[in-house]
Design a protein around this ligand. Structure first.
Ligand code: SAH
Length: 226
């Protein structure tokens, strides 16, 4: 079976399961080649719905988790997006495809930050070979404590388990804006949606249980230099 067919079957499955819903997120899932974001030895598993190992003991999230987060973020064309936890770059590419489709002029962009320089390089290569390096900017830093930009973002996603919501992220979120983050211990978290309204008022909605790799760094679960 060719890769596009496999991608289509995964998308059909995620629609049937009620995880993929909106037109723009479905289009992005059909467009971004997940096989280009996994290690060569896992290419054949790229369209299975589970996380896969990447470098440094980290994982590329399962497709259904990327889908859930993209749907919760309700990304509109032109949104500027911040991701904490670049990993493979796959989720960043999905976000880029939603805010700035490949066949239209560049509208919004994605800034994605990664703790491990090796993973940032891995992601940059993956994004370059798939053509997303014009809309995704990868930076190396400890995203638990801050990012080297004073720009604000319309959408923020954290793709590692945080002990609590880093307060600086709320300041970086535009009004209105949305933030999605797994909050909890290292072995179980609650996927949390934070909505900021036009007046800057914030409310938190708990969406359900999930399991992510831990957020590292100063305000993460631990410092790590693996
Ligand atoms: N979004 C990724 C998967 C994320 S796995 C993808 O699409 O492939 C979580 C990632 O968060 C890992 O790459 C890990 O190294 C990174 N990470 C963990 N703590 C971090 C921190 N404090 N700042 C930035 N990145 C962090």
């Amino acid at each position: 079976m060719n890769t596009y067919k496999k991608r289509q079957l995964l998308v059909d499955y995620l629609i049937r399961e009620g995880v993929l819903k909106s037109k723009d997120v479905i289009r992005a899932f059909l467009k971004v080649p997940r096989e280009e974001f996994v290690l060569p030895e896992y290419r054949n598993s790229a369209y299975e719905d589970y996380p896969l190992p990447i470098l440094k003991g980290q994982t590329i999230s399962a497709p259904h988790m990327c889908a859930m987060m993209c749907e919760l973020l309700a990304i509109k064309r032109g949104c500027n997006i911040l991701e904490i936890g670049t990993g493979s770059g796959y989720h960043a590419a999905l976000c880029a495809e939603i805010t700035s489709p490949s066949d239209s002029p560049t509208l919004g962009y994605v800034v994605s930050v990664e703790y491990f320089p090796e993973l940032a390089e891995f992601a940059k290569n993956n994004l370059a070979k798939t053509g997303y390096d014009d809309r995704v900017y990868v930076l190396v830093c400890d995203g638990s404590s801050g990012v080297p930009t004073s720009k604000k973002f319309d959408r923020i996603l954290v793709t590692a388990a945080a002990p609590s919501i880093p307060s600086y992220l709320l300041k970086l979120l535009n009004s209105p804006g949305r933030l999605v983050i797994p909050v909890g211990s290292t072995f179980y978290q609650v996927l949390t949606l934070v909505e900021k309204d036009e007046k800057g008022d914030v409310r938190e909605i708990k969406m359900g249980g999930c399991i992510f790799v831990p957020l590292l760094g100063k305000y993460g679960h631990r410092e790590d230099t693996v």
